[in-house]
Design a protein around this ligand. Structure first.
Ligand SMILES: Nc1ncnc2c1ncn2[C@@H]1O[C@H](COP(=O)(O)OP(=O)(O)OP(=O)(O)O)[C@@H](O)[C@H]1O
Ligand SMILES: [Mg+2]
Length: 414
């Protein structure tokens, strides 16, 4: 008996009364990858929320009595009434050179079955773009390997160049060819042992593309030996709208790591029209008011804060760069539609893909055939916005450029 008493006394003496504060809310409503949560206090905008079972959410709407969150992962496992906890962390993803050659999803998790990724650091998905002081003007070219572009609208490291055109006009092909060309140049310089050479790493962001198309692009990159210099970030058409909305920002974060560490990177957003549609879906479910063409009013801000993150930073800040090639799909060549005009005003110049009629010749153009080169220029209406950047034109291309421009003007007149 006395033994028992002693035991109880010992247990009472050892009892800890310390409390840990945890912020717990309850899911009130769930649907289409968007949850409304009651009872959460002190939530930050863009904070990661823990839904249990490894499911992560992102707080997007902070209202008086509830929090609207998008769910990254399998939202079908979440039920009304399930608990949600705040994590105190903004959404972040792994970044670093370990991602090269890999295919990852919005959260930076590998989806290519090649094992875990060796990350170097974590970067927030949403980041303020570098300010004016940090930037310098573009001075080095990014060679796409496509003569009409390199001669007429040369792209500089740190620039944003829009690829715009109807469906099936070869927009993705321009992006993929550019990535392959970077890999080719990188390899050649590595083989020659050039000391001052700065390689360009590629990031291909697939937003709302068909899985089969993404697999094809990865296959082409692999075959051309460009995959070891490339990170593929994927939210396919079968992923939820929330994933599709966040994936370009995740890609930008991966690119920023290269830029911040004094390297050059090229990012291709394929494509931002589908991104705007995914954002519209998320916003409508979150009951944000819709504006023109049912897109939310801040869709312009959405794309500007994304594209502003690509920059050329000054010597003092590491001399790195992030070049962006956003892709926009138009309907029947209508470049004055809402989303195309929004993105057009955010970039420095654009390449307009024309009818595919010339496609067969277009391929021969790269092999230097004079006649087909002319039709290639007709197909690619090049529209520089701030004038052609002479500084970034690759020197051997300068003499081609004048003639090419005149020929293109003639062709368009016809
Ligand atoms: N220069 C070219 N010569 C011949 N065929 C080409 C050329 N460029 C692209 N193509 C072909 O045109 C088709 C469409 O190309 P691609 O997928 O790049 O277009 P897209 O504009 O990205 O299409 P989508 O709107 O479906 O994304 C592909 O079958 C591709 O092989
Ligand atoms: Mg495409």
């Amino acid at each position: 008996m006395s033994n028992l008493l002693q035991e109880i006394e010992a247990q009472i003496a050892g009892a800890k009364t310390a409390t840990a504060k945890q912020n717990v809310g309850v899911v009130r409503e769930i649907g289409d990858g968007v949850a409304k949560i009651e009872g959460l206090t002190d939530t930050m905008l863009n904070e990661m929320l823990d839904f249990g079972n490894g499911i992560v959410g992102l707080a997007l709407n902070l209202e008086e009595t509830e929090v609207g969150a998008i769910i990254l992962g399998d939202y079908t496992k979440i039920k009304e009434g399930s608990e949600v906890r705040t994590t105190g962390k903004l959404l972040q993803i792994p970044v670093g050179k370990g991602l090269l050659g890999r295919v990852v999803n919005t959260l930076g998790q590998p989806v290519d079955g090649k094992g875990p990724i060796k990350e170097t650091a974590f970067y927030p998905v949403e980041k303020i773009a570098p300010g004016i002081i940090k930037r310098r003007s573009v001075s080095q070219p990014v060679q796409t390997g496509i003569m009409a572009i390199d001669a007429m609208v040369p792209i500089g490291r740190g620039q944003r160049e829009l690829i715009i055109g109807d469906r099936g006009t070869g927009k993705t092909t321009i992006g993929v060819d550019t990535m392959i060309n970077q890999a080719r140049i990188n390899k050649a310089a590595e083989a020659a042992g050039e000391k001052d050479f700065r390689p360009i790493y590629n990031i291909y962001v697939a937003v709302g593309q068909k899985q089969s198309n993404i697999a094809r692009v990865i296959g082409v990159l692999e075959e051309a030996g460009a995959l070891p210099y490339t990170v593929v970030v994927v939210a396919s058409a079968s992923d939820s709208a929330s994933n599709q909305y966040l994936v370009p920002f995740a890609g930008a974060a991966i690119g920023e790591w290269f830029m911040d560490n004094g390297m050059d990177a090229l990012i291709i957003y394929d494509d931002l029209s589908k991104h705007a549609v995914a954002y519209r879906q998320v916003s409508l479910i979150l009951k944000r008011p819709s504006g023109r063409e049912a897109y939310p009013g801040d869709v312009f801000y959405l794309h500007s804060r994304l594209l502003e993150r690509s920059a050329r930073v000054g010597e003092k800040y590491g001399n790195g760069s992030l070049t962006a090639l956003p892709i926009i799909e138009t309907q029947a060549g209508d470049v004055s539609a809402y989303i195309p005009t929004n993105v057009i005003s955010r970039r420095s110049s654009s390449c307009v893909g024309r009818s595919i009629r010339f496609a067969r010749r277009f391929r021969r153009a790269d092999q230097g055939d004079e006649a087909s080169c002319r039709s290639y220029q007709g197909r690619l209406g090049a529209v520089p916005r701030i004038g052609c950047l002479r500084a970034v034109r690759f020197r051997p291309r300068r003499q081609d450029a004048g003639a090419a421009r005149t020929r293109q003007a003639h062709h368009r007149n016809l």
